[in-house]
Design a protein. Structure first.
Length: 131
């Protein structure tokens, strides 16, 4: 259960409802997921977080699938089960296959392992990498 509970659309203030409506319109959906309902206890954080995500995840130099897979990789690294579930679903909706998911998790695991090794051994950065 969310620490402060979840604010459903019907119980939301007009300010929160406006954000919920923008989320549903932008995502072309008829529901609000629990992440947003939990943030709704602080309307300013809800609005700021939604505006940032909407901007970052909008079409740009990276396609939607790539952005979702990056988000999924970071979420797995940060051990956010909610975010892993959410962005796995979004990546699948954007076309991610089982093979891509398996390979992504292999890369995430390897990157985390080698990052810890490099950090633990305090490996100096090669001059060639600095240019």
């Amino acid at each position: 259960m969310a620490t402060l509970g979840l604010i459903e659309y019907i119980d939301a203030s007009p300010e929160v409802r406006a954000v919920y409506e923008d989320i549903m319109a932008t995502r072309k959906t008829d529901w609000i997921n629990n992440f947003w309902k939990a943030l709704a206890h602080d309307p300013a954080t809800l609005r700021r977080t939604w505006e940032s995500i909407k901007t970052i995840m909008a079409p740009g130099a990276l396609d939607a699938l790539t952005k979702e897979m990056i988000y999924l990789a970071v979420s797995a690294t940060n051990l956010c089960a909610y975010c892993v579930a959410s962005h796995t679903a979004a990546a699948r909706k954007a076309g991610m296959t089982d093979a891509q998911l398996a390979e992504l998790m292999a890369v995430v695991g390897m990157a985390n392992e080698s990052n810890r090794l490099a950090g633990g051994y305090q490996v100096e950065i090669d001059d060639r990498f600095k240019t």
